[in-house]
Design a protein around this ligand. Structure first.
Ligand SMILES: Cc1cc2nc3c(=O)[nH]c(=O)nc-3n(C[C@H](O)[C@H](O)[C@H](O)COP(=O)(O)O)c2cc1C
Length: 329
């Protein structure tokens, strides 16, 4: 019997909606040292690029009162090592694995996507088009036309694998978050491909870190080696909740596109806010640094919340925020 937290994410059955966020839980299953992985809904891998990457020079992670600032710069073992050394373990892991992909060109993304599509134990990939910590890391997330072109090419090779697209919290210029979300999902003149038979993304991940910086006023030096980086944790949470709410209300609900809420989930209440705003699942990143066991506590808290709300399961609470807008004033 599935529990009250059992979640269907674009046709993918998860034991619960709490996932470990890309880049915050090692390359694959390193968190098994700290927690029982069967008790999280899934793991998102470190973003994998075609070639291995050392990442940026130190300092790469700086704690702030409001959260965490990082400029890791996509350090990862590269595709070949991922396929040879990590992928064989995936089928034996007691949870779902979502493969995160990063790149600097459409070819980069397509190459890694094709390799992940060939790994049966990876049912979904998350396209990181929104890394603020590398040169042009947010290029695709800021330009709807470019994003549509990328999704079209990647979608074509993902014949067996769901496609999730991780957006930046800050679309630039006149583009809104809904424009970017639509560009990832509605791909004109494209054939439906993959398990969900859709022409574009099967789910949207909202969002990556927010471009930010911090300065040591005594030395007058930036605190990060790369000067600027990405902010995560409590400071970004209310902003991410609004982005999920906006995209769900303006586009995702009508187009039946699930959303994964990401940003500052440290407690079950933070996760519940995302669910009420319209998310189907959440990812925990900075929360793992504060308390590696937080995903388990979050899942437990969500379970009590679902019972207190007197609904059959957590799916009944997706987008169930009561804004009072329908009531007479
Ligand atoms: C140290 C660190 C490394 C990260 N590496 C990646 C990465 O490789 N790929 C990615 O898509 N996001 C990466 N992120 C972003 C997280 O997955 C997440 O989107 C962000 O931290 C917001 O969630 P949080 O507030 O729960 O941390 C990283 C975040 C941190 C703090």
């Amino acid at each position: 019997m599935p529990g009250v937290l059992a979640t269907n994410l674009a046709g993918l059955e998860l034991a619960n909606p709490v996932l470990l966020a890309a880049g915050t839980a090692g390359t694959l299953d390193e968190m098994a040292d700290a927690i029982d992985l069967s008790r999280v809904g899934g793991i998102v891998t470190k973003s994998i690029t075609p070639q291995p990457r050392e990442g940026n020079q130190p300092w790469r992670v700086v704690p702030l009162e409001s959260g965490m600032l990082n400029a890791v710069g996509l350090a990862n073992p590269g595709l070949e090592s991922f396929v040879k050394e990590y992928a064989p373990r995936i089928a034996n892991l007691p949870t779902r694995v979502i493969g995160s992909i990063a790149g600097f060109s459409i070819d980069d993304y397509v190459q890694v996507a094709a390799a992940m599509n060939a790994i049966d134990a990876i049912p979904a990939v998350e396209l990181n088009v929104s890394c603020p910590n590398v040169h042009k890391g947010c290029e695709f997330a800021a330009d709807p036309e470019l994003l549509t072109e990328l999704i079209r090419e990647v979608r074509a090779v993902l014949t067996h694998t769901r496609l999730f697209v991780k957006l930046s919290p800050i679309p630039t210029g006149k583009v809104t978050m809904t424009d970017i979300a639509r560009a990832a999902v509605d791909i004109p003149n494209s054939s439906p491909v993959g398990p969900c038979k859709r022409p574009g993304a099967d789910a949207l991940c909202i969002a990556n870190t927010t471009p930010a910086m911090a300065i040591d006023v005594r030395t007058r030096k930036p605190k990060l080696g790369r000067i600027t980086g990405g902010l995560s944790g409590p400071a970004v949470h209310p902003m991410a909740v609004k982005l999920v709410f906006d995209v769900h209300r303006n586009f995702a609900k009508a187009s039946n596109t699930p959303i994964i809420g990401i940003g500052g989930v440290l407690t079950w209440e933070h996760a519940a806010e995302f669910i009420l705003a319209g998310a189907t699942a959440v990812e925990v990143g900075t929360g793992l640094f504060a308390d590696p066991k937080s995903p388990l506590k979050i899942a437990k808290g969500l379970e009590s919340w679902v019972r207190d709300q007197r609904v059959a399961n957590i799916a009944s609470l997706i987008g169930a925020i009561d804004t009072g807008e329908n009531q007479p004033r």
